[in-house]
Write a protein that binds this ligand. Structure first.
Ligand SMILES: *C/C=C(C)/C=C/C=C(C)/C=C/C1=C(C)CCCC1(C)C
Length: 246
């Protein structure tokens, strides 16, 4: 009994998928502790943003812990927990955009647009993976998801978010620019995982075949969830020093 339990939970040295779930859990926990503790060192007006960064990494840490266990016990991809994590954390990242552009006059309608687009992106992605993952038509769901994704990219780079950021002062403008790169490049890691892990490939053409979907997603999450939070942390820091110097 003890023997089987141990075997079930030990990570074999060549199980890279389980290893990245394990490291992901630790990284998310560490980032979460960092954001929560730093909150009190920052200017009041940035505290909610840092709190949200802490919540994003906290939610991810809990899901990574579960996903690690699920993967070790079943040997399968934890599709359901993955998408529960994303459906909670991606809208929170939209809240970050809203919070930092709010000072330049962002309306609540902008937040709903971002959240709606991210829910469409994730629900279609989930259908494509969970229901049609083994069938070629999964490319169609990936395409729908991709359209919603590009709408978010559009809002951040050329639409309302970009316009508001241009009127919000140099620090916010710079931060929104950097977050825009995360959305354009960092988030583009996810469709690569999807193409690698579903039968539909890239519009029906098999691509990225040797890659593990979970490893790609885990790398994407580490970059985007922790990186996003650090950009906001840097913004809050730079803003603090300008007020002190003034
Ligand atoms: C913390 C989690 C984040 C930032 C997750 C982001 C997920 C995406 C940007 C997923 C996008 C997808 C596509 C654009 C097409 C294929 C299906 C998805 C859902 C993997």
């Amino acid at each position: 009994m003890t023997q089987t339990l141990l075997q079930m939970h030990a990570i074999a040295p060549d199980n890279y998928v389980a290893f990245t779930f394990f490291v992901g859990t630790m990284a998310m926990m560490a980032a979460c502790v960092f954001f929560f503790f730093e909150m009190s060192n920052l200017d009041k007006k940035w505290r909610t943003s840092i709190l949200v960064s802490g919540l994003i990494t906290f939610i991810a840490a809990v899901h990574y812990y579960y996903m690690r266990g699920y993967h070790l016990e079943t040997g399968e991809s934890p599709i359901f927990f993955r998408y529960v994590d994303w459906i909670l954390t991606v809208p929170l990242m939209c809240v970050e955009f809203y919070l930092i552009t709010k000072k330049a006059g962002a309306k609540i309608g902008l937040l709903w647009k971002l959240i709606f687009a991210s829910v469409v992106m994730l629900v279609t992605g989930y259908i494509g993976e969970a229901i049609y993952g083994q069938e070629t038509q999964s490319w169609f769901w990936g395409l729908l998801s991709g359209i919603a994704y590009f709408y978010i990219v559009y809002l951040v780079w050329f639409g309302e978010v970009a316009k508001l950021a241009n009127n919000a002062g140099a620090a916010v403008k710079q931060a929104v620019r950097t977050l825009g790169w995360f959305v354009l490049v960092g988030w583009a890691i996810y469709p690569v995982g999807y193409i690698a892990g579903t039968a539909g490939g890239f519009f029906g053409v098999p691509m990225f075949q040797g890659l593990s979907m979970d490893i790609v997603y885990n790398i994407g999450d580490a970059i985007n969830k922790i990186g996003f939070g650090l950009v906001i942390y840097a913004l809050a820091q730079s803003d603090k020093s300008t007020t002190q110097n003034a």
